[in-house]
Design a binder for this molecule. Structure first.
Ligand code: ADP
Ligand code: MG
Length: 253
């Protein structure tokens, strides 16, 4: 089932054509990697999908509903989750309290302000923390967590909103290579369990080739390739773009 369908997306900044005629779609439970050199237009694409930027032209449709012209909060309410570029956690609260806050906000959205005062979603929070492997750290303040653990809490916060689509712009930035693979493996597992479509950008080609079901490649605002990891890796235009930018693409395995 198609969760997101993007057609003919355009955005320019003055003379810079940041995104030109980009079209793609994502299915439920699918991990789609959006890759390309710095400045290719990846973040601009993301920001048009999540409502932070207005597209100059194009269609963005989530489960039959157009997202064009909607505010970021409306898009979030329709089930588009985001990680991790802005730290979503409150340092002084415990891991569990952070998840409870996210669950409260989700349920308030569904039921309005009138909800049972005792509905603090403690058990639900613990279940989510177990799913990301953080149950044993639930009572620690978020402020003292290791960076990789904080990322897993942020993933749980995103899941608390029951997203249909998760947008992850450089989710593993700042992480050690081994941690990156682990975080994306976890994301892939949870996305498949919950049938969430995931669009992510990632510089580490090991992570991309190991975890993505499908890859789309942007170069100077245009989509130049699309397909499974093997197809994209073998694409000469893609190789040229990456070798030209100095990335050791050919060594990815
Ligand atoms: P990526 O995320 O792939 O590195 P970006 O989407 O951030 O690429 O940028 C694409 C192009 O658009 C770049 O040339 C960048 O300088 C330009 N750009 C991005 N955001 C803005 C902005 N707010 N104003 C002007 N130019 C921008
Ligand atoms: Mg970017």
């Amino acid at each position: 089932m198609t969760v997101l369908s993007v057609k003919g997306l355009h955005k320019s900044f003055g003379g810079v054509q940041a995104v030109q005629d980009v079209s793609f779609s994502i299915s439920a439970g699918e991990l789609l990697a959006l890759i390309g050199p710095n400045g290719a237009g990846k973040s601009t694409c993301f920001n048009m999908l999540n409502g932070q930027l207005r597209a100059d032209a194009g269609e963005v449709v989530l489960l039959g509903q157009s997202l064009i012209g909607l505010a970021p909060r409306q898009i979030w309410q329709l089930g588009v989750g985001r990680t991790f570029q802005i730290t979503a956690t409150f340092n002084s609260m415990t891991v569990r309290e952070n998840i409870q806050m996210a669950l409260l906000s989700f349920h308030r959205r569904l039921m309005g302000l009138w909800r049972p005062a005792n509905a603090l979603y403690r058990d639900e929070a613990m279940e989510l923390l177990a799913r990301v492997g953080m149950a044993d750290q639930s009572e620690r303040p978020c402020g003292i967590l290791a960076y990789g653990d904080l990322k897993r809490v942020e993933l749980a916060i995103a899941l608390a909103n029951s997203p249909k689509l998760l947008l992850m712009d450089e989710p593993t930035a700042g992480m050690a290579p081994s941690e990156r693979v682990a975080l994306m493996e976890l994301t892939a597992r949870l996305a498949r369990q919950d049938n969430i479509a995931v669009l992510f950008t990632e510089h580490d080609m090991d992570v991309v080739f190991a975890q993505a079901d499908r890859i789309i490649v942007l170069d100077r605002g245009r989509l130049i390739a699309e397909g499974g990891p093997e197809t994209v890796r073998a694409n000469e235009q893609v190789q040229a773009v990456y070798l030209g930018s100095g990335t050791v693409f050919a060594e990815a395995h």
